[in-house]
Design a binder for this molecule. Structure first.
Ligand SMILES: CCCCCCCCCCCCC/C=C/C(=O)SCCNC(=O)CCNC(=O)[C@H](O)C(C)(C)COP(=O)(O)OP(=O)(O)OC[C@H]1O[C@@H](n2cnc3c(N)ncnc32)[C@H](O)[C@@H]1OP(=O)(O)O
Length: 259
């Protein structure tokens, strides 16, 4: 099945498909359990200097698991955003890396959004630097040539939700205690205009990414390999077409929402 997917799609997305679809063994598989914790068997690992972003690279598949690791709530502070930017740059330049999964090492929290203390009682220069770092993460994640998925294993309000929206696809743990959404509007903080493009993508996801999620569902719940092969065959044309949709350049003025 994974072989069929690999044949159908060229480029970097197949590596992720391999992770999601592999039939035997646990290595390289991503699991989200009901408590929202993720389990992945890494082949090797390295971390950012302060370990605020833990990176576990599966060399066999070329997929990196990135875990935000700033307790208590993974708030997106200037140091965390800076470190995340460095990690994303490194992965982008790593020719063995083909995809990434963004998740959290903090139990029950994906990210509490922008660090509120970075947005108060600071000099103007700090606000400029902070906002530049926020925009940089958006550009790096959304504009990444790597296939990327957000595994939302905890609450993810405000900027946490926006961070997840930068990924190609989102999978959230099924836990009624986990919340997600743009609660910051209650504080009078409004997401910028360029956030529209993220919303647009969520409402119009590339069809092949649907297939990856279906693959995950099959792997975890059906355990019926032949079913997936049938699905892959049925969607083969759609898959080929959909490759052209993935990783569209950032050119929101050409999107229909602006027409
Ligand atoms: C963003 C990068 C990607 C780019 C995306 C592009 C899109 C465009 C970006 C533009 C973004 C603009 C809009 C975004 C704005 C924001 O993000 S503003 C931040 C708003 N966030 C919140 O309002 C979250 C508030 N927090 C909570 O709801 C809860 O804390 C929680 C996350 C659900 C966790 O609850 P719980 O486990 O009960 O923990 P608490 O006891 O509440 O908190 C523990 C300690 O953590 C501190 N804390 C919580 N949130 C933040 C925060 N955002 N910043 C800093 N600190 C935070 C909290 O005060 C507690 O501290 P102590 O009291 O000292 O223990």
């Amino acid at each position: 099945m994974a072989a069929v997917l690999r044949k159908l799609i060229q480029g970097r997305l197949p590596a992720l498909a391999g992770v999601l679809c592999r039939r035997s063994g646990n290595e390289g598989h991503l699991f989200l359990n009901s408590s929202g914790s993720t389990l992945m068997q890494p082949r090797c690992g390295y971390s950012s200097p302060t370990e605020s972003v833990i990176v576990e690279m599966d060399k066999a598949t070329g997929v990196a698991l990135l875990k935000l690791n700033i307790p208590p709530v993974n708030s997106l502070s200037l140091p965390l955003l800076t470190e995340l930017a460095i990690v994303l740059d490194k992965l982008e330049m790593d020719k063995h890396c083909r995809g990434l999964i963004l998740t959290s090492a903090v139990p029950n929290i994906f990210s509490a959004g922008l660090n509120l203390f970075d947005m108060m009682d600071k000099p103007n220069e700090h606000y400029s630097e902070f906002w530049r770092a926020v925009q940089e993460i958006w550009i790096k994640l959304y504009g990444s040539s790597l296939a990327n998925i957000a595994a939302i294993n905890g609450s993810s309000p405000a900027g946490g939700c926006l961070l997840a929206l930068c990924s190609d696809y989102r999978i959230m743990a099924n836990n009624p205690h986990f919340t997600i959404g743009l609660n910051e509007t209650r504080l009078g903080i409004v997401a910028p205009f360029w956030y529209d493009i993220l919303q647009w993508r969520v409402h119009h996801p590339p069809p092949c990414l649907h297939l990856f999620v279906m693959a995950l569902v099959f792997r975890l719940h059906v355990h019926h390999p032949s079913a997936m092969t049938k699905v892959t065959r049925a969607y083969s044309t759609e898959l080929k077409i959909s490759v052209s949709y993935v990783k569209q350049p950032i050119n929101w003025r050409s999107h229909e929402i602006y027409k």
